[in-house]
Structure formats: C-alpha cells, structure tokens
Design a protein around this ligand. Structure first.
Ligand code: AVJ
Length: 323
C-alpha cells in the first residue's frame, strides 16, 4: 500500500509492531537479565548515536566513510551499472550519498526501516539531491525477506547496502538468519555490500565504546529513560552504570548496565530485584575476521566476491553474492 507524503510514496509492508513490553518483561525475567539493543534508537538515542560518531575514540564511522570514498570506483566496477540500491536501516545519509555518487547510473534507492518517522527523515534530502534516482522507501522489518518496489526504469540488479557494522549487534546465529533474508531479497543476480568492524587491538575497540566525554554511557542509559516512558518502568538512571568490555575469545564488545545497589525496579507493578553489582546485558558489537565473516556468509548461502579494507585493516566492506 502506498501512502503519499510530500512527493515521496512509502511502500508500507506493515511490519508487526515491536512488542517492547513483552521483550522487556522476558529480558528482565532472564538470568542474567538482558534488554534488547534495538530499543536504543528513540529520538534522543538516535541523536546520541550521531554524537558518538563524532567522538575521537569512535573510529568505525570515520573509517568506513573514508573507505567508501576511496574505493567507490572499484565498488562501482564490481557492482555494475543501473542498480537498485536498497539500504538496510536509515542512517544519516552520508554513506548513501557517497555510494550513489560512485555507482554508475543507479536507478533507484530504497531505504528499509521499521520506523516511519526515521524513514521519512532520511529520504527527503536524498530525493532532492539525486534527481535521476527514484526514491522508493519501504517501511518493513529488514530481518525478514521482502518484496522490493519496482522502479519506473527497470533496474539491472539489486544492491543491498548494510553499512556501519550494524550486523555486529546480532549474534552469529541471528546474523545467519538475517544474511539468509538478504539472500532472498537480493534476487538471483543481486549482491550485498556489508560494512564490518574488524578485530584489532582490544585497546582501540574498548576506547570506542568508552569515550572520555561519556556520550556512549549516556546513550546506553537513555535506554532506561525510554523504557520508563514507554513501558511505565521506574528505572533510576543514577542507579545503574554503563560498562563495555571486549571479549577477545568471542570477538565482541559486551555492554552492560551494572546495578549500583540492591534495588527493585517495577515494570507496570511487576517487581524485578537487582543486587549491588548485578550486570544487565544490553548490547553486543561483534568484531570480525575474514574467517568468521566468510563462515557466516557461507552458512547463509552467500560468498564474499570482493573485499576492501582501510589501510590499517580496522574496518572492511564485503561484497556478497549467492553461492
Ligand atoms: C550502530 C550498531 C553500529 O555497535 O558500534 C555505538 C552502536 N553502540 N556505540 C555499534 C553503538 C555503542 C553501533 N552500531
């Protein structure tokens, strides 16, 4: 179904709304307690994430932007002309702009995003900047396979774009399911360009998730503020502390909110007891080696056909096709 908003039509695939209360109750009932990181991105959370990308310690965004700028010609040659570019999630648009500028005559651009407001905010500027690219936003859950809208000028191929190492927030099993959904959506001759944060010196990784200005800590704690508003919980934001550690054996950042005292949190009357020092797990950010990433791709029926890294091998872009 199409909903006209200014001049851009949104294809609304009616994703089932997030069951935020159910997810919170399930997560708090677990041992250890957990909260899903997908709920970080309310309005303030998205603002704080943008601020994180400007912290000196948070290298992924800067390095990936430079990598796309430096390898744009090679990416364009590998992808081929007349692509329908489909972006998973809608970011600030900076990476999209670089990619669309580099590609040979892209015919259409489709951001896929579960939040209608984030979707609209991301497309209006791009639509004005690229008058030869048809903008066809889709409101959908990108972890599921999806039917893409048909551009007015037929595309020769689909290019799925999943930057930011957002894949890293998913466990390996979840990633295989997501890559499998991408395989369905890309079609027989399609491909996917995925940004992955690479394993490197743990000090660099730990610093990126513990910036000196405390923006990441505020970002993590904002989850509690959001839940207090949206599910009627009574988390005391001064009663918890952000802690992000790198586990080299599994290759991931694990972020926790640690309870600073014995305390009881109520969610719509239901009590959840925290002991002093108890860690509630709130986010994973997986870091990859080629062996790990290629293995996930293979389990999803995909192969890596091109790889580009920045000069220090901090961050990579991978082009995937069906096996
Ligand atoms: C937006 C998911 C890629 O995991 O690096 C940044 C989110 N969390 N600092 C990441 C995040 C803490 C970010 N991603």
């Amino acid at each position: 179904m199409n909903t006209a908003t200014s001049q851009i039509a949104i294809t609304d695939l009616h994703p089932s709304p997030d069951d935020i209360l159910g997810d919170v109750l399930t997560g708090l009932a677990g041992n250890p307690k957990r909260l899903p990181s997908k709920y970080f991105y309310d309005r303030r959370g998205s603002e704080l994430f943008e601020l994180i990308t400007r912290q000196p310690e948070y290298y992924p965004t800067r390095v990936e932007l430079a990598l796309i700028a430096d390898t744009g010609r090679e990416i364009a040659a590998a992808v081929g002309p007349h692509a329908h570019v489909v972006e998973y999630g809608s970011g600030s648009g900076r990476k999209t702009r670089l990619l669309l500028d580099a590609l040979a005559d892209p015919v259409a651009y489709t951001p896929v995003e579960i939040s209608r407001s984030a979707l609209l905010a991301s497309v209006e500027r791009l639509d004005r900047e690229f008058d030869k690219v048809e903008v066809l936003p889709v409101c959908a859950d990108f972890t599921q396979p999806l039917a893409l809208p048909e551009p007015a000028n037929p595309a020769e191929r689909v290019l799925l774009f999943f930057p930011g190492s957002t894949l890293g927030n998913f466990t390996h099993d979840e990633s295989v399911r997501l890559l499998g959904a991408m395989r369905e959506t890309m079609g027989e001759h399609g491909s996917a360009l995925i940004g992955i944060d690479l394993q490197k010196s743990p000090d660099l990784i730990v610093a990126a998730y513990n910036d000196a200005a405390g923006v990441t800590a505020e970002f993590t704690l904002n989850l509690l503020a959001r839940l207090n508003r949206e599910v009627g919980s009574d988390f005391d934001l001064d009663g918890f502390a952000h802690r992000a550690v790198y586990e080299p054996a599994v290759g991931r950042i694990e972020t926790f909110l640690d309870s600073l005292s014995d305390q009881t949190v109520r969610v719509q009357g239901r009590p959840f007891a925290f002991t002093a020092g108890e860690a509630m797990q709130v986010e994973y950010s997986h870091k990859y080696t080629d062996a790990i990433f290629d293995g996930l791709a293979a389990r999803a029926g995909l192969k890596v056909t091109r790889r580009w890294n920045d000069p220090r091998d901090w961050f990579g872009l991978r082009l995937l096709q069906r096996i």
